[in-house]
Write a new protein. Structure first.
Length: 362
């Protein structure tokens, strides 16, 4: 009998963010192993035949993500036909908890922005419920596991079970696809979609502080407009600081073209404030030999980035410290990523999880 797997997610096609790339890598891996797969995602046009869309959701900005569970309840008869569910967000497990074989995936903590708020408590409860009740669970950072009550240090026990059927599998990168260029770039890039949680404003304020020290550098912000209000705030900040000739918003760039961006960059900034797993953008930049600076937020603590505190002064200080040694630091970070965050390690761990989950649900 051919195994049929359903991926339950919010978005996938067209591929825009790190979670979409993650699903795409997983889909390709399981396809190579002969599994039959289909994907359930939000409403879209001209979708390939293996992708099902939820009914069009009300256009309530920022909330359609949370309406998906209601759609999943309606689709239960269809979803029941699959042998295994790969649920890419913890809140989507609750309406599907009846299924015999489930693997829930965490792409980072979603409640650390307002952890004591009602919304924060609900998000954490949903994650903990999925962590305890799913057949298997895969966390991509150690911070999530600590939030679940597990005593684990950053970077510890990667690619292994931390509890029975509970795994720590960080994001990984294809180091043959993302590789260093000979060019010694001068631009500073921020590959972040425009959400407050991604800390893009910190990068702009930090760049203002070091502009005179690095006169040949530009700040390139690469990402889609996730939060229009926040994006307007960033555009206004650039105008007020008179940085229009140095700070550029490049918008969303297709994932397959990001290699060109990394190849021309000198430094990469990941200044996230919360809601961060083991950032794929950080790993891609480091695999490309681009010296990468990040805050220690969430899963970023698991990565070999140069750490700064989440404020403009600390970020500016680290940029000036790293810039003259950026090639050397980039080489070291690529070596670390090649050794500890290779896509081959990720593939092997995921195949073990899928096979053991299918066997355990018999």
């Amino acid at each position: 009998m051919r195994i049929k797997i359903a991926h339950i997610t919010y978005s996938y096609f067209p591929i825009k963010g790190g979670a979409d790339v993650y699903l795409d890598n997983l889909f390709k891996l399981l396809k190579e192993e002969g599994y039959e797969q289909e994907i359930f995602q939000k409403w879209g046009r001209n979708l390939p035949p293996h992708i099902h869309s939820y009914p069009p959701l009300p256009k309530i900005r920022g909330h359609d993500f949370w309406l998906v569970p209601f759609c999943l309840s309606l689709l239960s008869p269809l979803i029941a036909k699959y042998n295994l569910l790969l649920i890419h967000y913890s809140p989507y497990f609750l309406p599907l908890r009846w299924h015999r074989r489930t693997i829930v995936i965490s792409h980072g903590v979603t409640w650390d922005d307002y952890p004591k708020s009602r919304a924060g408590k609900i998000k954490k409860w949903l994650a903990k419920f999925a962590f305890e009740k799913s057949t298997s669970f895969v966390a991509n950072d150690s911070f999530f596991l600590r939030e679940m009550g597990i005593n684990i240090s950053p970077g510890e026990k990667m690619f292994s079970q931390v509890l029975p059927s509970r795994w720590f599998i960080p994001n990984c990168v294809d180091t043959s696809l993302f590789s260093p260029s000979e060019e010694e770039g001068t631009d500073i890039i921020v590959p972040r979609n425009l959400y407050f949680s991604r800390g893009v404003h910190l990068a702009i304020d930090a760049f203002k502080n070091i502009r005179k020290d690095l006169p040949s550098s530009r700040l390139l912000i690469i990402g889609g407009v996730g939060d229009p209000d926040y994006a307007l705030r960033l555009y206004r900040k650039v105008r007020e600081l008179e940085l229009e000739d140095k700070v550029y918003f490049l918008g969303h760039i297709k994932w397959e073209k990001m290699r060109e961006i990394y190849g021309k960059a000198g430094i990469c900034l990941i200044p996230s404030l919360f809601g961060e797993g083991t950032s794929l953008s950080a790993l891609e930049a480091m695999a490309s030999g681009v010296a990468t600076i990040s805050t220690p937020t969430g899963g970023l603590a698991d990565l070999p980035t140069i750490k700064c505190q989440p404020n403009p002064d600390s970020l500016a200080e680290k940029i000036l410290e790293v810039y003259p040694k950026r090639k050397e630091i980039g080489r070291w970070q690529r070596e670390e990523v090649s050794l500890n965050f290779s896509l081959n390690l990720w593939r092997q761990a995921w195949l073990t999880v899928v096979k053991s989950t299918l066997k355990g649900g018999e």
